[in-house]
Design a protein around this ligand. Structure first.
Ligand SMILES: *Cc1c(COP(=O)(O)O)cnc(C)c1O
Length: 447
C-alpha cells in the first residue's frame, strides 16, 4: 500500500486502483498443477482453463498462459481476450448457454473445444460438423462435448448454483428420458467426445462438486459401454473451488479437492480420461486488492460513515448481496501505513462507496480503526470477479489495475522494492462519453 502511494498509483486524481500480486497468481497456478499432477495417472492429458469471466484482463490471461493455463470463455468478447493474450486454440474451451451459430462456426474453424449446452445446440453442431450442402470434406473440428446438469443440488448461493433441478445450464440428467437421450445422442455422433459438468461456484461444498463429477463420470462410462469404445475420452469437471473471504488462509485448497475427487471418483484419474478444469475465483481472488481513498468521514444517526471511492461500481455483488459476498476491509493512513486501533478500541462504522444510492455500502457497522478523510481502505481478496464485473452506475470510470512484484526486503530494516506494471489503464472521461453514445449525440433530435 505504501509503495502504491509513493509511486503515485493512488492519490487525489486517481482515488481508487486495483492491485494484483503477480507472485500470488503464479503460486496459485503452481498449486493447481501440483494438486492434480499428484492424482492423475502419468501421461494423462490435462488442460487447466481459467474461467475468463473471473478476471477478463489480457495481461492476466497472458501471465496464466505462461504458467501453462488456458482459458474457458463464454462469449465472443472473452474469446477475443484469450486470443489477444496469445492463448493457443488447443488451450481454449467455449462454454456458454446462448452461443449463436456464428460463434459455434468460428469456434469450430479455430479448432477450440466446445461444450454444447442443449439438444438444439447439438443440432446446430450437426449441421456445422457435416455441412449438408456444398462440396469438400467435413470441417475438422476441435473437441466437442455436451454439458450435463447432474442435478445434485445447490450450494449456499442460489445464483451461483448450476446443478439444481431447474438450473438453466446443460442437459438436466435426471429429467424423465434425459439420460437415454444423452446416451443415444453420443451413439449417433462419433465426433462427440467430451462430457462437461460445472456444479456451481462460491458456496458449493466440495462434496457436492465431487458428486456432480461422479455423475458425469458414471454417465461417460455408460456411454462408452453402450458404444463399445472409449468415445468419451475427456471429462471437463468445471471450476467452482470456493474461496475463504474471512482470513488470509487458502482453504479449501486444490489438493483438498483433488484428493476428494480421487476418493469419490477414482476411475476419473486412472488414465482412460483426459481432464479439463475451469477454475476462476480460486486462481485469482487472494491475489487482488482494491485500494480506495476515503474522501470524507461523516456521521449520521450516531453511525460513523467513511465515504470512499470503492462501492457498487467495483464491488457490485458485495453491495447488492452482502450476506453472500462479505469482504474484509483494512485501514491505512494517507501514506499507506496500516492504521493502528485507537486507545478506545475499534470504531463500528459504515464503509460506503461513491454511488448515488443509499445501499452503496461495502461494509456495515464494521469495527475498524477510525477512518478520516484522506485515509485509504483496502478491500481484500478482490482479484476475481471484482476487476472484471464492473457496473457503470453513475458513469463512474473503471479504475486502473496494476500488477506488482516485490524484490529484496526480508530481515532487518531493508524494505523490499515494489515494482508495478499496468494491467488496465484507468478509464478516461472520453471513453465514458464514447461508450455512452457520444458519437450519436444529435441522433434523437433529428428523428
Ligand atoms: C463461472 C464458471 C466457471 C468458474 O467458476 P469459479 O467459481 O470462478 O471457479 C467454470 N466453468 C463454468 C462453466 C462457469 O460458468
Amino acid at each position: 500500500m505504501r509503495a502504491a502511494v509513493e509511486q503515485g498509483l493512488i492519490g487525489a486524481d486517481q482515488p481508487v486502483v486495483g492491485l494484483l500480486d503477480v507472485a500470488g497468481i503464479r503460486a496459485a497456478a503452481a498449486e493447481l498443477w501440483a494438486a492434480f499432477d499428484e492424482v492423475v495417472a502419468p501421461g494423462t492429458p490435462v488442460l487447466h482453463a481459467f474461467a475468463v469471466k473471473a478476471a477478463s484482463l489480457v495481461p492476466v490471461l497472458r501471465l496464466l498462459a505462461d504458467e501453462g493455463i488456458g482459458c474457458e470463455v463464454a462469449s465472443p468478447g472473452e474469446l477475443a481476450l484469450a486470443r489477444a493474450a496469445g492463448v493457443r486454440a488447443e488451450h481454449i474451451v467455449l462454454d456458454a448457454p446462448a452461443k449463436t451459430t456464428a460463434e459455434l462456426r468460428e469456434a469450430i474453424e479455430l479448432g477450440i473445444a466446445v461444450n454444447a449446452d442443449n439438444p438444439q445446440e447439438l443440432a446446430r453442431l450437426d449441421a456445422l460438423v457435416r455441412p449438408r450442402n456444398g462440396p469438400g470434406p467435413a470441417l475438422p473440428p476441435g473437441p466437442l462435448g455436451l454439458r450435463v446438469n447432474p442435478q445434485v443440488g445447490g450450494g449456499s448461493i442460489g445464483a451461483l448454483s448450476t446443478a439444481t433441478a431447474t438450473s438453466k445450464f446443460g442437459v438436466a440428467l435426471l429429467d424423465p428420458g434425459a439420460r437415454e437421450w444423452v446416451v443415444n445422442a453420443f451413439t449417433r455422433r462419433p465426433w462427440l467426445t467430451r462430457l462437461h459438468a460445472h456444479v456451481g461456484s462460491q458456496g458449493c461444498p466440495l462434496e457436492l462438486m465431487a458428486a456432480g463429477v461422479r455423475a458425469a463420470y458414471e454417465l461417460a462410462e455408460e456411454i462408452n459401454r453402450a458404444v463399445g469404445r472409449q468415445q468419451i475420452d475427456t471429462l471437463d469437471i468445471g471450476g467452482g473451488l470456493p474461496v475463504n473471504f474471512g482470513s488470509d488462509e487458502i482453504t479449501p485448497g486444490y489438493r483438498d479437492y483433488a484428493r476428494l475427487l480421487l476418493d469419490t471418483v477414482p476411475g476419473l484419474f486412472d488414465g482412460r480420461y483426459g481432464l479439463v478444469t475451469e477454475f476462476g475465483r480460486s486462481l485469482l481472488a487472494k491475489s487482488g486488492t482494491v485500494l480506495a481513498r476515503v474522501e470524507y468521514a461523516k456521521s449520521a444517526g450516531g453511525r460513523p460513515i467513511a465515504i470512499t471511492h470503492a462501492g457498487a461500481q467495483l464491488a457490485t455483488r458485495t453491495v447488492f448481496a452482502p450476506e453472500s459476498w462479505p469482504l474484509r476491509v483494512t485501514a491505512y493512513d494517507w501514506e499507506g501505513v496500516a492504521k493502528p486501533t485507537g486507545p478506545d478500541g475499534p470504531v463500528a462504522q459504515d464503509v460506503a462507496g461513491p454511488c448515488c444510492f443509499a445501499g452503496d455500502l461495502v461494509a456495515v457497522d464494521r469495527p475498524l480503526p477510525e477512518l478520516k478523510a484522506g485515509d485509504l481502505v483496502a478491500l481484500l481478496d478482490t482479484g476475481a470477479y471484482y476487476f472484471s464485473n464492473h457496473f457503470a452506475y453513475n458513469s463512474l470510470p473503471r479504475p486502473g489495475i496494476y500488477g506488482f512484484s516485490v524484490t529484496g526486503g526480508g530481515s532487518g530494516s531493508r524494505k523490499g522494492h515494489v515494482r508495478f506494471a499496468p494491467v488496465r489503464s484507468p478509464q478516461s472521461l472520453d471513453e465514458i462519453v464514447a461508450e455512452s453514445g457520444g458519437e450519436h449525440m444529435g441522433a434523437l433530435s433529428g428523428l
